[in-house]
Design a protein around this ligand. Structure first.
Ligand code: HBI
Length: 97
């Protein structure tokens, strides 16, 4: 059994209701959101803030950046899918905007 429990179907539905900018990816094993900034400096500043949150929560994003665009995917490797750690992380990321 995984060290961290995966979200139930009901918890996953609640996550998508609470965080409408995020969408399911990887057959429900992850959530993803794209962010568009004005330029690279803004995108990098955002990534820095996310990185500090990630370190404080010991929960790390998978992400892609090109110039002003940042794409973040959240999943919990220790759970083999989505967990409450992703819920908390998505909320914290959204609150930066
Ligand atoms: N980040 N996304 C993600 N998923 C994890 O399971 C995870 C992590 N960061 C650190 C971490 N787990 C630690 O608990 C160790 O498993 C490395």
């Amino acid at each position: 059994m995984a060290a961290v429990p995966e979200l139930t179907q009901a918890e996953r539905d609640q996550l998508l209701t609470d965080r409408p900018a995020w969408e399911l990816a990887r057959e429900g094993k992850a959530i993803t959101r794209a962010f568009q900034f004005r330029d690279f400096s803004e995108a990098w500043g955002f990534m820095n803030r996310v990185a500090l949150i990630a370190e404080s929560q010991d929960h790390h994003p998978e992400w892609f950046n090109v110039y002003a665009k940042v794409e973040i995917t959240l999943t919990t490797h220790d759970a083999g899918g989505l967990s409450q750690r992703d819920v908390v992380m998505a909320q914290a990321i959204d609150s930066l905007l």
